[in-house]
Design a protein around this ligand. Structure first.
Ligand SMILES: Cc1ncc(COP(=O)(O)O)c(C=O)c1O
Length: 430
């Protein structure tokens, strides 16, 4: 619709709704759990800006006192006490991040962590997993989830040299790891992984998978990088690493940290991080990195979460209500979809059986999802326009929002499955 000025009409293909067709959702404002369109209609929003809005839109902590804050300067070209204090606070919650450097986006955080790992090990190869999204740098895109599928490297603008030093394995499949690494183990710099995946829908690591990765990294003298850009703060102040009990060498965080403002970070083992200039020779930087305004917003995020541990209990209960409601509906309608819920993340796919990896995720019925998405949108429920994305619940979502969502989902599913004929019957019988 805005294709004459914005390339592709949006700032990303997922926002453009490439996977579902139709016109992209155009938002004019957000408030709490709701997004408003150009006509002023209110939608229950489960996109939540793809994760950052843990407290919903325009929470007072991130919309009040901003002019006062701005008056002391929004951007310094120097370090400042508050960014040091922020790093200390992050480290207190994620002890593996012994040294931290701030960036503006998750993309930069991952790019930089990988460069650090390559410099530290003096090796080129990075092992990644299909369906894990790590931002849009050259090294991150091939086979990535989150609707960032770039199958043809050259047509996607990625030089062969960038992909030559990426080994792409299947999530939850250690034998595929061994197969893609075979004879290249001594070139391996790092294993880059989402410890809990939010970018091919919600996919949990099976017992032994992350342990197997960590063991291989140690055996080959490589590093483990946990990309916690989605999972940190979404799954508590300790992130995914506190749950899985594995200490990565490097970690990337972002999204929720800024409470809706752009700030991200990477960090890890102090000795590894010493390769960064000025100690070492690895350059990373950024004009807006660690700016005082976003750092202040990050402090506000941590203030809220440290003061209100009950927020996690509350979001979990709301998400559980949504997940349970969907499960009951699928049983009722004899649909074979599996609903997953982890804390404030809820997900299901239009396929039967659990999703273990990206091949499973891609085997979901895209046509059914597209119809479901639009039926939900017509009922004023805003879902992410791709099955690779998940539904995010915030502290602003209420039981009433969930009940409205479930009522809409029932109508939408009935319409979608009754009108798809053969496909619907196949699904009903599993
Ligand atoms: C796990 C993960 N890593 C990295 C990124 C990139 O972050 P950003 O969009 O801030 O560049 C994302 C974004 O969705 C992500 O989900």
């Amino acid at each position: 619709m805005h294709d004459t000025t914005l390339a592709g009409g949006c700032d990303s293909p997922v926002r453009a709704g490439k996977a579902v067709g139709g016109t992209p959702f155009v938002q004019t404002r957000g408030s709490g759990a709701y997004a408003y369109d150009e006509a002023g209609a209110r939608f229950v929003d489960y996109v939540m800006a793809y994760g950052p809005l843990l407290f919903g839109h325009a929470h007072p902590a991130f919309s009040s006192g901003l002019d006062t804050l701005a008056r002391t300067g929004t951007l310094f070209g120097s370090t400042h006490g508050e960014e040091v204090r922020l790093a200390e606070r992050i480290r207190a919650h994620v002890p593996s991040m012994e040294r931290i450097r701030f960036t503006t986006t998750g993309t930069e955080a991952v790019m930089s962590a990988v460069r650090v790992a390559r410099a530290y090990t003096r090796r080129p190869l990075v092992l990644r997993f299909g369906g894990n999204y790590h931002g849009h740098s050259d090294l991150a895109l091939l086979g990535a989830g989150a609707s960032a599928e770039t199958a043809d490297a050259l047509a996607g603008g990625i030089p062969a040299a960038a992909s030559a030093d990426i080994a792409l394995a299947r999530y939850n499949d250690l034998s595929s790891v061994d197969a893609v690494l075979s004879s290249r183990e001594r070139q391996l710099a790092a294993i880059l992984v989402e410890p809990i995946v939010g970018n091919m829908g919600l996919v949990l690591p099976e017992p032994g998978f992350l342990e197997g990765l960590a063991e291989r990294a140690r055996r080959y003298g490589a590093l483990v990088i946990f990309d916690e850009v989605i999972s940190w703060l979404r799954l508590g102040l300790g992130g995914a690493q506190a749950r899985v009990g594995i200490v990565p060498d490097l970690t990337t965080v972002g999204k929720i940290l800024g409470g809706g403002f752009p700030i991200a970070a990477f960090g890890g083992n102090a000795e590894v991080m010493r390769v960064l200039a000025p100690h070492g020779s690895v350059f990373t930087g950024g004009t807006h990195a660690g700016n005082p305004f976003c750092v202040a917003m990050a402090h506000r995020t941590l203030d809220l979460l440290e003061e209100r541990p009950d927020f996690y209990v509350q979001m979990n209960a709301i998400a559980e209500r949504l997940a349970e409601g969907l499960r009951a509906m699928f049983r009722d309608l004899q649909l074979p979809y599996v609903v997953l819920q982890l804390e404030s993340i809820v997900d299901f796919k239009f396929r039967s059986g659990r999703v273990r990896n990206y091949d499973d995720a891609r085997a979901s019925d895209a046509r059914l999802f597209a119809r479901y998405y639009h039926e939900m949108r017509a009922r004023k429920i805003l879902l992410p326009p791709s099955q690779n994305e998940v539904m995010f619940v915030s502290t602003a979502h209420t039981e009433a929002d969930v009940d409205e969502t479930l009522a809409a989902a029932r109508e939408a599913l009935e319409r979608v499955t009754e009108t798809v004929g053969e496909a619907g019957r196949t699904l009903r019988t599993g």
